[in-house]
Design a protein around this ligand. Sequence first.
Ligand SMILES: [Zn+2]
Length: 143
Amino acid sequence: MAYTKPRPNIDGDIQPFWEGLKNHQFLLYRCQQCGAWYWPAAFCRFHDNQPFAANMKWEPASGRGRIFTFNVHHWAFDPAFKEDVPYVYALIELDEGPMFGTNIVGTPPDQVRIGQRVEIVFEDYPEEGFTLPKARILEEAPS
Ligand SMILES: [Zn+2]
């Protein structure tokens, strides 16, 4: 079936992240000097950085976190999402620290709660050449 939704905007700077997703790896940008994690890609805020971000590198992260906040969409902002409503868009506080926004899948919207533990799951669209990172709720107590 043809992919009829807006496509992700994948430019050169963020290409390693999207390549990782295709391999079912969730990569975050990490400082090699102090270990701090970043999403989206950024210079490290704790010290001077090397030219061309040479101190920063994409590294596999846990892909886990908790729901920091979310909203339930009952009306599609784009007709392409019409069949998905109601759907949940959440801001996830990753275990590494950064916030990551994506959809919660696999749980009815009325059962989604702030604080629930989640993990990133991978929705493959091989014919389109990309994989989308979504999140599902883990069966464990909120932390
Ligand atoms: Zn650093």
